[in-house]
Ligand binder design. Structure first.
Ligand code: G6D
Length: 350
């Protein structure tokens, strides 16, 4: 395993570094000390040609000014908290709302906007980046001082393992994810609509017009949300289902069957042969198909196209604190929160 680092830029006088982990097959993962943002994952296609399979903006200033969330750690709480309101043990909390009436992706001061301390560890089988950040009491309105550690490990088996840990000194919410967008073609100018997706998910969660869960789990079998058999994303994205049409694509939580032996989801690009599978100990994955063109920053001097990537955001179901049966996102003093998601990269042909 090889580990390198370089200066990526400066933010208010503070150095931002980019670290790269590379295994002996040439598969690599690069990430910044700012937001633990993944800037590149290089994997081979079926002919052995290496390319970057993630979406990234080119400059630190675009990350800061436009906050596209590409590749970043999201927290303290991923997704939307309805009205920015919740209660823990009968105590009400009110957060600043940064998207309409909702608090999205950790609010104004999310973990994606922080400079993290980074340590590197390596051995024959794997190399890791250990990111640490202490989120102070009141950050983005959340209670408690929360010590957070996120570790990215790249293995010789072409796996990217994300380990989250957190402790708190007061009851508070914690539900992190990573917002990497994959485009397995290796060319972000080609859409992901021909990628095929398979999910071990019997239910999806419909949303209201604020993208807040309506509260129910709906059986996906026989609907456009049925990915029990691998199928091209365009079949779902192009369907006339009202939930999908209203968002021009997928932006929905899928309830996952627990891992067991195999993976819980698989993304496949039939042209390059590249495949990403994932497993997680959380109860859901939010699938977001980058449903709009974005022109306030550029990729290769062009606006970022609609459907330029797909995010597979593993997490406890969004707005869980306000929704019956969605899972527990409260962490408490004395508790050591841990969670793991694993993405595995390979190639196959159909
Ligand atoms: C998340 O679900 C949300 C989207 O609605 C949002 O636009 C994106 O992050 C930035 O996936």
């Amino acid at each position: 395993m090889d580990v390198t680092k370089k200066v990526f830029g400066y933010l208010e006088g503070q150095e931002v570094r980019e670290y790269t982990l590379t295994n002996s097959q040439g598969v690599s993962l690069s990430a910044l000390s700012y937001g633990a943002i993944v800037t590149q994952i290089m994997t081979p296609d079926k002919d052995g040609k290496q390319a970057n399979i993630t979406l990234n903006v080119d400059s630190l200033s675009d990350m800061v000014d436009h906050r596209p969330f590409y590749g970043a750690v999201i927290g303290r709480v991923a997704g939307r908290i309805a009205e920015g309101q919740y209660s823990i043990d009968g105590q009400p909390y009110s957060l600043p709302q940064n998207e309409g009436k909702s608090t999205l992706h950790g609010g104004f001061e999310g973990l994606d906007r922080k400079i993290w301390a980074v340590q590197t560890v390596q051995n024959e089988e794997a190399a890791s980046l250990i990111f640490e950040y202490t989120s102070p009491e009141g950050e983005s309105g959340f209670s408690g001082t929360v010590k957070i550690q996120v570790t990215y490990t790249l293995t010789e088996a072409n796996e990217w393992i994300i380990d989250y840990r957190a402790t708190t000194d007061k009851p508070t919410l914690f539900n992190p994810t990573n917002h990497v967008y994959f485009n397995l073609t290796g060319d972000v100018r080609t859409s992901i609509l021909d990628h095929e997706l398979q999910l071990n998910s019997p239910y999806f969660v419909p949303l209201n017009d604020q993208n807040i869960p309506l509260g129910e789990w709906v059986k996906s079998q026989g609907t456009p949300f049925d990915f029990s058999q691998s199928k091209p994303l365009k079949e779902a994205v192009g369907s006339d289902d009202e939930q999908i049409k209203a968002r021009s694509g997928l932006d929905h939580p899928f309830v996952l069957n627990s891992g067991g032996q195999g993976h819980q989801g698989k993304l496949f690009d039939p042209v390059s042969g590249r495949t990403v599978t994932f497993t997680t100990d959380r109860n859901s994955v939010v699938i977001f198909t980058h449903n709009a063109e974005v022109d306030d920053f550029t990729l290769f001097n062009e606006p970022v196209r609609q459907y330029a990537g797909i995010a597979l955001e593993t997490q406890t179901l969004p707005d869980a604190v306000n929704q019956e049966g969605f899972g527990d996102t409260v962490i408490r003093p004395g508790q050591d929160f841990t969670s793991r998601t694993l993405y595995s990269f390979s190639c196959e042909s159909h």
